[in-house]
Design a protein around this ligand. Structure first.
Ligand SMILES: NC(=O)c1ccc[n+]([C@@H]2O[C@H](COP(=O)([O-])OP(=O)(O)OC[C@H]3O[C@@H](n4cnc5c(N)ncnc54)[C@H](OP(=O)(O)O)[C@@H]3O)[C@@H](O)[C@H]2O)c1
Length: 281
């Protein structure tokens, strides 16, 4: 029988401490999601842009699991951040997923050509219409995050529960992590395995070997051990899907945590749509 993951909370949202990523899975999404649910994941991350919402919905249905047991996130793409487009895209996502509501709806990337005030208004509207239980952002820098939170608070008294950003040992996100913490938000960590780039790392290999674990498990454990970071690893392989979930039954020592943090490097960023964010932190 599979084990369950801890739950993290922020502004009224209760989110399983590890999620399953579904980008780039193409036609394998349904099978992978079913394998993830079988392995114990109860948090699935998708997006209109990934083209996997249909497969995610199929995988959830195939699992036979009650909808209420699964925390489901989707995102509205940067092309659709005008109020009308935002609403259309959200409704399309729900139809494709074949659910009445998602648990979390995110702005996938900021778009400097569309006023943030308009997009935040649309995001809040989706929550108030019951199309999503919670709202958040992705790829927001500290500057954009401050603007988004001010708009949400001042105009609507609505909280943003997460900022979904790239986090893994090769990228220094200290400043943005601190900003999210200051705002009481959970950080959702995408590319938590560096999209495969971590697997040749000798420090991670040494720590993994000393603990009888894999590099993937050490990298994911490093993230969850921060206490407010939720990694969303993706895999198409049922064995690796299960392996990535087994990160709550061991701990890294403080020196191991520090050694992994020291792996950060200047060229560590993978998802770099710079034009959309202005300057990274
Ligand atoms: N908000 C955003 O802008 C944004 C951007 C990027 C990603 N995301 C989200 O974050 C999720 C995760 O990021 P990602 O998919 O880019 O990368 P990732 O999870 O860091 O890495 C995925 C890669 O690692 C391999 N892998 C997974 N587990 C493994 C293991 N135990 N051993 C060896 N290889 C393993 C996978 O190959 P196999 O399939 O062969 O196992 C795949 O090639 C995405 O799927 C998506 O949901 C969000």
């Amino acid at each position: 029988m599979e084990s369950s993951s801890p739950i993290l909370t922020a502004h009224g949202a209760a989110i399983p401490a590890i999620g399953f990523g579904t980008s780039m899975l193409g036609g394998r999404a349904a099978e992978a999601v079913a394998a993830a649910l079988e392995a114990g994941y109860r948090h699935i991350d998708t997006a209109w842009k990934y083209g996997t919402e249909r497969g995610v919905g199929d995988g959830i249905r195939a699992s036979g699991m009650p909808r209420g047991d699964i925390f489901l996130t989707t995102k509205v793409s940067h092309e659709y951040l005008r109020a009308d487009d935002f609403e259309r895209s959200t409704n399309e996502s729900l139809r494709t997923l074949r659910v009445d509501q998602v648990d979390l709806l995110l702005i996938h990337w900021p778009n400097p050509d569309i006023p943030l005030k308009e997009t935040i208004g649309a995001l809040v509207k989706m929550k108030r219409q019951g199309l999503t239980r919670h709202i958040g952002v992705a790829n927001f820098t500290t500057v954009l995050l401050d603007q988004a939170i001010s708009l949400c608070q001042e105009l609507y008294q609505e909280p943003l529960v997460t900022n979904q950003i790239e986090v893994h040992p090769y990228l220094d996100q200290t400043k943005l992590l601190a900003a999210c913490r200051r705002h009481g938000m959970i950080v959702t960590a995408y590319c938590p395995l560096g999209r495969g780039r971590l697997f040749g790392d000798s420090v991670l290999a040494e720590i993994a070997c000393s603990k009888g674990r894999t590099i993937a498990q050490v990298a994911l454990r490093w993230l969850v051990q921060h206490g407010d970071i939720i990694p969303i690893p993706r895999s198409s392989n049922p064995q690796r899907i299960a392996e990535n979930f087994q990160v709550f039954d061991f701990t890294l020592s403080e020196p191991e945590m520090a050694r992994i943090a020291a792996l950060k490097r200047a060229n560590g960023r993978i998802a770099n749509a710079m034009g959309r964010v202005g300057a990274w932190d």
